[in-house]
Ligand binder design. Structure first.
Ligand code: GTP
Ligand code: CA
Length: 498
């Protein structure tokens, strides 16, 4: 009997130390369970992926770096622009006579990208270059020069350790459609199946309009139609890119029609009174948008003189749009089909630069007021303008009256925005820290980051899952305490005896 009691007392399960150890292990196990539950579905450490897109525009090239959590490739709204770099100098199409310089011009921004993307990610980071209207024009004018520019650019980009995926010219349709994808992706409209926002992009050499219209099925003009299935929703997008109607080429078109007879002086209502500059005919007509109209026997130069009159400027600009023919039910201009504009719009690139400078981004202001303000601005003397804005580049400064008038004319006369639909335009530069433009949409498409179908949602949301596991853990803990209570009471009795 006493030997039995001895054995019971010496059993390791019956010592206070053992009971304390069991209790601690039990608590640790429960805490671990809860921790695992909390971390379930969440990456243990945030691992990021990167993508780089070079936007080789007509006026300049810009590099964008995008970043997203590696585990969330398919989730919308997660890709963010973390860095952008403006390439010094003109767009790559301007290097047609010196192609290697086009490649060289990109190296500074590429070195910046090397610094910004973690070194161990370089090899897996895709790098794309997309060229737009400047290269479209060069390709039309001199395709071998355009090939050489691409060769030089590709050679330069291959020097870097990124995963170079090629350089190519985007079609106008792609440029318009990817701009629309970017805006709606950043606004979280695609995944949630919300009403979409149209996209208005004004570049230097071309301009794009893209929107979804409820009364347009794409059949009337298939070349203006792009269909998408994104997150389980079908979209039938209307899109058109007008080559030669970007801000810089539109200015050439407007000037060209005032120089048909090769005058020595041009009195231009789109430039401020007091502005006067000697310009070369050869430079003005050095673009396929106007080259065929070069006046015969024109002098080498002309004196470009401003008269600063909004009304007359608008009249000059209207004449670059052809409204005389349309084989469809309705057209914007130059015989291009366009349904009535519908819904909200985001207007970016030069739409934003220009209207922001002119303090005209508030579209709740009636159009008549916007026109009044622009009338006053255009009528301001050039000497006053330069005195007020001495830090702004003179080339930009001289062109704001033209550019503002062009924007209003393009929107209201070209695309048929009314006072009411104009108020639904927002002039934007960025959405949630990422620039509005085609580059993000292009990368999302090429990396298959927007699925056609909505991703399967988990049977329980994360919060629900955590709650259930926590309740189970608490119950387990109570059961555990109840089960060790007899051991504790026996243990304390023993301590008493001792
Ligand atoms: N005022 C102002 N104008 C700018 C600025 N950056 C670019 N621009 C001008 O705005 C116009 C459009 O610029 P971007 O949108 O960069 O055009 P792009 O992409 O080079 O041209 P595309 O190939 O036609 O798209 C061009 O005339 C530029 O010279 C800026 O910061 N301020
Ligand atoms: Ca552009």
């Amino acid at each position: 009997m006493s030997a039995q009691r001895d054995m019971k007392e010496k059993s390791p399960w019956r010592t206070p130390v053992t009971i304390i150890i069991i209790t601690v292990i039990g608590v640790i196990a429960i805490v671990a369970l809860v921790t695992v539950a909390v971390l379930q579905n969440k990456p243990l450490s945030q691992k990021y992926k990167y993508g780089i897109v070079l936007d080789a525009g007509s006026s300049h090239t810009a590099l964008y770096i995008y970043e997203w959590p590696a585990e969330k490739d398919n989730n919308t709204g997660r890709v963010e622009q973390t860095h952008s770099c403006k390439v010094q100098g003109p767009g790559i199409s301007a290097y047609a006579s010196d192609p290697w310089k086009a490649g060289e011009s990109l190296t500074d921004c590429m070195h910046e990208a090397q610094q910004k993307v973690p070194r161990n990610k370089h090899e897996e980071t895709p790098l794309y270059l997309g060229a737009t209207a400047g290269m479209r024009l060069l390709n039309m004018e001199n395709s071998s020069a355009s090939d050489q520019v691409f060769q030089a650019v590709e050679e330069a980009l291959r020097q870097f350790q990124f995963s170079f995926q090629g350089a190519r010219i985007l079609s106008g349709q792609e440029e318009g459609a990817f701009g629309w994808v970017t805006v709606n992706y950043l606004d979280d409209r695609l995944k949630q199946g919300l009403e979409t926002t149209g996209a208005l992009d004004l570049g230097g050499a071309s301009t794009q309009i893209s929107f979804v219209s409820s009364n347009y099925d794409g059949s009337e003009s298939p070349k203006n139609s792009v269909t998408f299935r994104l997150y389980g929703n079908d979209y039938n997008l209307y899109t058109h890119s007008f080559l030669c109607y970007g801000k810089d080429q539109a200015l050439r078109l407007t000037l060209a029609q005032q120089t048909l007879s090769g005058p020595v002086i041009i009195s231009d209502p789109c430039f401020h009174k007091g502005y006067t500059k000697i310009k070369n005919y050869a430079d003005l007509y050095d673009s396929p948008c106007v080259s065929h109209r070069k006046p015969q026997g024109a002098p080498a130069t002309f004196n470009h003189t401003g008269t600063g009159n909004f009304q007359q400027c608008q009249e000059q600009i209207k004449r670059i749009f052809n409204f005389t023919y349309c084989k469809y039910s309705r057209c914007s201009f130059n015989g291009i089909f366009q349904p009535l504009v519908q819904g909200p719009f985001g207007a970016f690139s030069a739409y934003y630069f220009v209207m922001d400078f002119l303090n005209l981004t508030d579209t709740s202001e009636p159009l008549t007021e916007v026109k009044d303000k622009l009338t006053k601005y255009c009528a301001t003397l050039w000497s006053e303008i330069t005195a007020q804005h001495h830090t702004v580049k003179e080339k930009y400064l001289a062109e704001y009256c033209f550019a503002g008038t062009y924007i209003l004319t393009l929107l209201t006369e070209g695309y048929n925005f009314t006072s009411e639909s104009y108020s639904k335009i927002k002039y934007i530069k960025q959405i949630k820290g990422s620039d509005a433009g085609w580059t993000l949409g292009y990368m999302l498409n090429l990396t298959n980051m927007i699925p056609a179908e909505a991703p399967d949602s988990p049977p329980l949301p994360h919060a629900g899952y955590v709650s259930i596991v926590t309740i189970m853990a608490i119950l387990l803990f109570i059961v555990f305490i109840l089960s060790i209570r007899p051991l504790w009471s026996r243990c304390s009795k023993q301590l008493h005896i001792v």
